[in-house]
Each structure stands twice: as structure tokens, then as C-alpha cells.
Design a protein around this ligand. Structure first.
Ligand code: MN
Length: 141
């Protein structure tokens, strides 16, 4: 039987997210990279003001749980939406989108996804232009 494991907070230093896939300064704290047969992936991602992911998609979708600050998310072809702590975003499989901080706020979320049957994860595309990023967000209903 596999032993239960407690990974101490200090055991995994915060990583800087790669500039190839992010605009601005973004930090990532790994929560879990599941060992097979688990395909679970989760990390806390912290965006500085103005920072965001590049356009990307997830083969089995993604769930975002918003933790702190003020954020943004956009599905390609739809308006930018504001995100606040406690909001949950369900992103369907293979949908191009981006997420990140508001222009003037820090933002963090717990990002949860899974690999597909072929072991593939996130597919990355081009950076999000300032024109897309600064579009006025839809009113929060
Ligand atoms: Mn995503």
C-alpha cells in the first residue's frame, strides 16, 4: 500500500511561470501532479497586475477556483469577464481562452485539470494582445 504523504509548504519553492506562455510576471505553486492512474493536475497561480496566460486550451477542460484579488477570463469570441474571490470557472475541453489578473489588481486562482487518454495536457498558442486584454469586461450579473 502506498503511504500517505504530507508535502510541507516549504518543500517546493514558488516557480516563475514561463514567458513563452504568459505575459507579465506570474508565479506558480504546484499543489499536485497525480501519479498514474491519476491524471490530476492542480496549482495555485498568482498573477501580478496586467499579467495573463497566453491563449490556450485544455484537452479535458479546466476548473478555476478564484482565491484572491481581481481577475479576468475570456473564451475566444466572447466578452472578457471579471473574476472575484470565490468564483468558479468551468472551461470546456479544447476551448481557446485565457485568464489572468485585472490591469490594476493582483489575482490568484487554483487551477485544476487532467491529462487526456494520450497523456496530453495544455495546448499553448499566441500571447494575448493588449487590445484583447484591455477590452471592457462584461457587467457582472
Ligand atoms: Mn486555462
Amino acid at each position: 500500500m502506498t503511504a500517505m504523504k504530507v508535502i510541507r509548504a516549504g518543500a517546493r519553492p514558488t516557480k516563475t511561470a514561463p514567458a513563452a506562455n504568459f505575459t507579465g510576471t506570474v508565479y506558480s505553486d504546484e499543489v499536485v501532479v497525480g501519479a498514474a492512474p491519476s491524471r490530476m493536475r492542480a496549482s495555485v497561480v498568482s498573477f501580478t497586475p496586467g499579467a495573463r496566460t497566453a491563449w490556450h486550451s485544455h484537452p479535458v477542460g479546466q476548473t478555476l477556483y478564484c482565491l484572491t484579488g481581481g481577475g479576468r477570463v475570456q473564451r475566444e469570441g466572447e466578452p472578457v469577464q471579471e473574476l472575484r474571490p470565490g468564483d468558479v470557472v468551468i472551461i470546456p475541453p479544447d476551448v481557446r481562452h485565457w485568464h489572468g489578473a485585472a490591469p490594476d489588481r493582483l489575482f490568484s486562482h487554483l487551477a485544476m485539470s487532467e491529462l487526456n487518454d494520450s497523456g496530453e495536457g495544455t495546448a499553448w498558442f499566441e500571447h494575448v494582445s493588449d487590445a484583447h486584454y484591455t477590452a471592457k469586461p462584461a457587467p457582472v450579473s
